[in-house]
Design a protein around this ligand. Structure first.
Ligand code: PD2
Ligand code: ZN
Length: 290
């Protein structure tokens, strides 16, 4: 990925636009249209105009700051200081296979045993129906061509197996069990995929108030692979060109500290090319999910 540098020329251009009365939103839109990444453009606007505050005709940086969605304070996160090869997840040791800072991604080996994967599939299989996605305008659900899997939700703590897995997730990610949604199991047949999306809810959309009232914002996702497809079906992070291979028992965790694309948490389930794919997804909220 190329790094975009904020040059003296760019800063001068920003100051000129601002002095000529251009609205900050329009300066940001011009920068985005010329290929600047959103977060780089916002940072350039912020740092340039903050330094210039007080000069005639230049808007206070506070206006730019308001355009940046504030981060939540705490996030789910494994205890990785000292770069351990394994972390203890309450009842089992889990291997740390890869970590990335931005987006925050941790790939985990041996999160579930083969028996646990098989048992979860067996419990979910009779309850599968076509997966739906949240309609941001209304907060309801709908069938969506971008998501061609079948799925079901377990209630939190619905069975001893769910309870054991939820306790392991809570111990691994240092996040309360009650802040988790119930485990969702997804089944992808050949050709099925989940096109790139963000898991957080866009608070600006009208239907989101009701969704957010029940447990707050989503801040982390754990996708657990319950089988190994023959070909395809990786979890992709298009902003950084990362693809996590779906290996039975392994999992990928990622977090997002604000409901914003600048987290680079855009991700998708690549099409299954041969065989089938089963995953369990756990979404983690800022508050208690009742
Ligand atoms: O199945 C996946 O790899 C996948 C990809 C993206 C699952 C989800 N998102 C999800 O359940 O949110
Ligand atoms: Zn997702």
């Amino acid at each position: 990925m190329s790094v975009q540098a904020v040059t003296a020329e760019l800063r001068q251009w920003i100051i000129e636009q601002d002095q000529s009365g251009c609205r900050l939103e329009d300066i940001l839109a011009s920068m985005r249209a010329s290929g600047w990444a959103h977060e780089v453009a916002v940072a350039a606007l912020h740092s340039t105009l903050q330094r210039s505050v007080g000069q005639p005709g230049i808007a206070a940086s506070v206006v730019v700051q308001a355009a940046v969605t504030p981060a939540v304070v705490a996030l789910p996160e494994p205890a990785l200081s000292g770069s351990p090869s394994r972390v203890w997840a309450g009842d089992r040791s889990v291997n740390i296979l890869l970590t990335l800072q931005h987006p925050r991604v941790v790939v985990l080996g041996g999160f579930l045993s083969d028996d646990e994967c098989d048992a979860l599939i067996a419990a979910a299989a009779p309850r599968m129906s076509r997966s739906e996605t949240v309609v941001h305008e209304t907060g309801g659900n709908e069938i969506n061509a971008a998501r061609t899997s079948e799925g079901m939700f377990f209630g939190r703590g619905e069975s001893p197996l769910c309870e054991r897995i939820e306790a392991r997730i809570a111990a691994l990610l240092n996040w309360p069990v009650v802040n988790g949604e119930g485990l969702q199991v997804l089944h992808y047949r050949p050709g099925a995929e989940y096109k790139p999306h963000h898991d957080y809810f866009d608070p600006a959309q009208p239907g989101m108030a009701a969704v957010l009232a029940r447990g707050g914002q989503r801040v982390g996702t754990l996708v657990i692979y319950l089988n190994t497809p023959d070909q395809g079906g990786g979890t992709t992070f298009p902003d950084v060109g990362l693809e996590v291979g779906p290996i039975k028992g392994n999992a990928v965790f990622f977090s997002y500290d604000r409901p914003h694309a600048s987290t680079r948490s855009l991700h998708g389930g690549a099409p299954v090319l041969a065989g089938e794919k089963w995953v369990a997804t756990k979404w983690l909220r800022t508050g208690e999910f009742a």
